[in-house]
Design a protein around this ligand. Structure first.
Ligand code: PLP
Length: 385
């Protein structure tokens, strides 16, 4: 393993106070490695919120387990823990606590339920780098946590995933699984990803993001760039090269990002507060901090708008970076839900959120001007509507 990759793993684990960190090509690959290392397979059930990205469900299907969806709590978009126990059966092996948009889940309740039933908790921190629940960083409550550093995530190495754990047995099993089965990314993938990272650093600003995303998706569909997901990943069929490692180019980028992580977190916290203030001034309801028990480091600032499609269209024309995920219980909207054992009506709050949730930028390039413009757009749009 390259020195930069080892060093990135070491520094990542240290940041969380975890014993070990293991890097992978993507966040979904990290989840796959965790499920395999926990021997999750045929007949097992994995509980997760019915408001997620389908790429997060694929690993569950790949190992032969069944995803069991819990509806969300409307304010934080996280699993509604009062509905959790009724979903547990004798086959439940894992609960995935997904910290949606950066809001920490109710970890005390989840851990108590899981502990009393002998179930493992894996925390999905792909949208929540640095969030804290009762003062403790998310990712450190469960048996393991996993992170993503894909383009849209709290910080980016282009693509990337990390699993952290302080459980020595689990760490040993991940290590041997990697040694036995993991393949390296191809030279072409690494070259293209490095070029994309350079372009990202030079060209992406709030005003150009929406256009760049459209261009990126088009080029990815033509195979001209390394996309976040391939066409085959919208059905639960595992590609031969799915279980892929992390390149030295990603590790070098990650090491640079880790140096600025405190600044990144401070920026996200302060811009989110700014949105709270500006939106509350205009009569919008602010975020819920659950009596100060949580410190959410959000990936994006979520809001609800009834006429979502119209807002997205107008925002794109006005150069406002308005995000639309998650569009449905298993984002994106094109997901063949039945292939993932989801039936319409299973999670009504999540379905409603999919119709209404939009989000505003918090990334390091979202400055005061972008924030003000976004808020003006939202308030103008809702008043006009
Ligand atoms: C909540 C959540 N978990 C996991 C993932 C998977 O991350 P990655 O794209 O790095 O595989 C995503 C992807 O968007 C996600 O939104």
């Amino acid at each position: 393993m390259k020195k930069s990759v080892q060093e990135y793993q070491r520094q990542f684990a240290r940041f969380f106070g975890a014993d070990r960190a293991f890097v992978f090509w993507k966040g979904r690959v990290a989840l796959y490695a965790l499920l395999r290392s926990l021997n999750i397979g045929d007949g097992d059930e994995v509980i997760l919120p019915g408001y997620t990205c389908v790429m997060n469900v694929n690993p569950i299907k790949y190992v032969g387990a069944r995803p069991i969806y819990v509806d969300i709590e409307p304010e934080t978009f996280n699993m509604n823990v009062s509905l959790l126990e009724e979903k547990i059966t004798d086959n439940t092996r894992v609960i995935i606590a997904q910290h949606t948009y950066g809001y920490p889940c109710e970890m005390d309740t989840i851990m108590n339920i899981a502990h009393s039933r002998g179930i493992s908790v894996i925390e999905d921190c792909c949208l929540a780098l640095g969030s804290r629940y009762k003062g403790r960083m998310v990712g450190t409550f469960g048996l393991a946590g996993y992170f993503s550093s894909q383009w849209n995530k709290p910080y980016t190495t282009g693509l990337g995933g990390v699993a952290i754990t302080s459980d020595a047995k689990l760490a040993e099993r991940i290590e041997s699984l990697r040694a036995d089965e993991m393949c390296p990314p191809s030279g072409r993938e690494v070259f293209m990803l490095s070029a994309q990272l350079m372009i990202y650093r030079l060209l992406i600003y709030p005003r150009t993001t929406a256009l760049a995303q459209r261009l990126f998706r088009y080029l990815a569909s033509k195979g001209a760039v390394v996309g976040s997901s391939s066409a085959g990943e919208y059905e639960p069929v595992k590609a031969d090269d799915f279980f892929k490692g992390f390149s030295a180019a990603q590790a070098r980028s990650g090491l640079r990002r880790l140096k600025k992580i405190d600044h990144n977190i401070a920026h996200r916290l302060s811009v989110a507060l700014r949105y709270d203030r500006l939106l509350e001034d205009k009569g919008f309801k602010g975020r819920n901090y659950d009596g100060g028990m949580m410190r959410p480091v959000m990936v994006r600032y979520p809001l609800r708008i009834e006429e979502k499609a119209k807002a997205l269209e107008q925002a794109a024309r006005a150069g406002i970076e308005l995000g639309s995920w998650f569009e449905c219980p298993l984002h994106p909207i094109e997901t063949p839900l039945a292939s993932y054992d989801y039936e319409i009506g299973m999670c009504p709050e999540a379905e409603k959120a999919g119709r209404e949730a939009v989000n505003l930028p918090l990334h390091p390039r979202a400055d005061e001007e972008a924030v003000r413009k976004s808020v003006d757009f939202i308030t103008g749009f809702t008043q006009a509507g």
